[in-house]
Design a protein around this ligand. Structure first.
Ligand code: NAP
Ligand code: G3H
Length: 483
């Protein structure tokens, strides 16, 4: 099934329906965060090659944009079916390449199958409208606007390391159903998993050139692709730093940016603490905290803070730590650099007087689940996104203080509020400056047809199957003027 994508230990890239090597002969070595073994090499494309690849995408889009939506949908249904047959293969690659625990890796691929199927059927229901002019003062019935949705052209999809399959497909599938071609720039660490995904689209019968994959370091070719004149839309998920940079260098190209977060779980005194602690632990430590929507701080009222901390601690102690394939919860972080950063935040908080409850144990890039109580607002851990398995507890007097601290963050992705009082839940939810608030649940993106968005440094534009299709298409109005 995947024999074409690899030559020795070197992965090629999908361009115009074929697996090719870069003319530069330059490759990048990808090492596993689990044991530092070589997973494989990927192509490092040059700027000249990027020009040709984008030109090819542009050409391929012309016929695809005119292909009936039901035929585009048929291709996506085939992609989903083929991906479903290869869940285990791709899950294993991810376990090795990005150290994602086996349960999360498998569920990422299965979720992607569902995502693509849903996108295919949703695409068939994206409809236009007709608008009569006579509702506007001074106009008669002889003028009618026929509004349809048309593709934008070539979409640049840039995905992050933590969901190399799902956050690539959740850009590719809606872009394709809307009639666009796609250039995928996968994360360097995660590129191999994304290349397997690309071959699924290819083998399922997606016409050549509609999905071209440009591998190479973002720091070397990223700016060049982002600022390329033939890119018509940029769909980016990653850090706020790179997202902000992209918004500065792109030139009048519409953007969808899903960026970092510092999601708060606000726990009020009448909360079901067992439910709250289970959700907080699952939310904070899933994939070792490397999720944009991970619970990244707990704001708990003093009355129940001791009890909640105890419950969280008991649940953390049940988490298993080790290698992805062993079905554990906590696995090594993506790099030593990432682990150093998490350690820096832990050390800063302890130095400034926070209380270590559990964890702060480390072996290279493997950080044990860490809980830190009595974190205060002068500590970096109160504000910065660790992207690792460390959770700060900030004690508050009441819900208004919780709202204030939550809103002082530069981020605004999601938040959660735990309470049995629906009035308090709505009061808090309405005041929080975030894209979405979860009542009595951990912060999370899914289900994938819900709108998912961040405000402030957490992004711009809205993801979610229908929202993504709409973002990557535009209205086209044809106005009929009757005599
Ligand atoms: P990242 O370092 O920002 O990288 C994301 C992607 O951008 C990678 O493909 C990267 O390529 C590419 N890139 C880097 N510099 C670029 C440039 N100048 N031009 C164009 N592309 C460039 O993020 P990450 O470390 O992979 O992911 C972790 C971050 O993503 C966290 O902050 C997390 O919160 C955020 N995230 C947000 C969401 C959301 O939906 N809100 C979802 C997932 C992750 P290389 O790998 O080659 O550098
Ligand atoms: O890492 C960011 C993802 O968009 C979060 O998705 O909440 O399903 O883990 P998730």
């Amino acid at each position: 099934m995947f024999e074409n994508i690899l030559s020795g230990n070197t992965y090629k890239s999908l361009v115009n329906g074929k697996w090719i090597e870069s003319n530069s002969k330059k490759t990048i070595e990808i090492y596993s965060p689990v044991d530092k073994s070589l997973v494989g090499k990927i192509q490092a494309f040059s700027k000249d090659e990027v020009d040709k690849i984008i030109e090819n995408s542009k050409e391929a889009q012309k016929a695809w944009g005119n292909t009936p939506i039901n035929e585009r949908a048929e291709v996506l249904y085939k992609v989903a079916a083929l991906l479903d047959e290869n869940v285990e293969t791709i899950s294993k690659i991810m376990q090795k390449e990005i150290a994602k625990d086996s349960k999360s890796a498998t569920s990422e691929v299965k979720r992607t199958v569902d995502f693509i199927n849903f996108t295919a059927s949703e695409g068939n229901h994206v409809e236009g409208e007709t608008i009569g002019a006579d509702s506007f003062p001074g106009y008669k019935k002889n003028k009618i606007s026929f509004v349809t949705r048309i593709p934008l052209g070539t979409v640049l999809a840039i995905s992050p390391f933590n969901y190399p399959v799902n956050l690539s497909a959740s850009k590719i599938a809606p872009a394709l159903i809307a009639g666009n071609s796609v250039i995928l720039k996968p994360p360097t660490q995660g590129a191999i998993s994304a290349l397997y995904l690309a071959e699924i689209f290819n083998k399922a019968g997606l016409p050549a050139g509609l999905l071209n994959v440009v591998t190479g370091k973002g720091s070397e070719i990223g700016d060049y692709i982002v600022a390329h004149k033939d890119i018509n839309f940029i769909n980016f998920t990653g850090s706020s730093e790179v997202g902000r940079h992209i918004s500065k260098i792109s030139d009048m190209v519409p953007l969808l940016l899903e960026l970092g977060g510092k999601d708060a779980a606000i726990v009020l005194k009448d909360a079901d603490l067992d439910l709250a602690s289970s959700n907080i632990v699952a939310g904070a430590y899933g994939y070792s905290g490397q999720r944009c929507t991970a619970v990244k701080r707990v704001l708990v009222v003093n009355d129940v803070a001791d009890k909640l901390t105890l419950l969280i601690t008991e649940k953390i102690k049940q988490l298993k730590v080790g290698s992805p394939e062993d079905g554990v919860d906590i696995t090594p972080l993506i790099s030593d650099k990432a682990a150093d950063f998490v350690q820096e935040l832990i050390d800063d908080s302890i130095r400034k007087g926070a209380k270590l409850i559990v964890g702060n144990k480390r072996k290279d890039n493997l950080i044990y689940p860490t809980l830190i109580d009595n974190v205060t607002t002068d500590m970096r851990l109160a504000w910065e996104e660790p992207f690792g398995p460390v959770l700060p507890i900030i004690r508050i007097n009441d819900m208004d203080e919780g709202i204030k601290i939550a809103n002082e963050s530069e981020y605004g992705l999601q938040s959660a509020v735990f309470t049995e009082n629906i009035n308090d839940a709505f009061y808090v939810a309405q005041k929080l400056e975030v894209g979405a608030v979860q009542i009595n649940n951990k912060t999370e993106r899914g289900p994938d047809h819900f709108p998912f968005l961040g405000v402030k440094s957490s992004g711009m534009g809205t993801q979610g199957i229908r929202y993504s299709i709409e973002a990557m298409s535009r209205p086209k109005a044809i106005v009929l003027n009757l005599k």
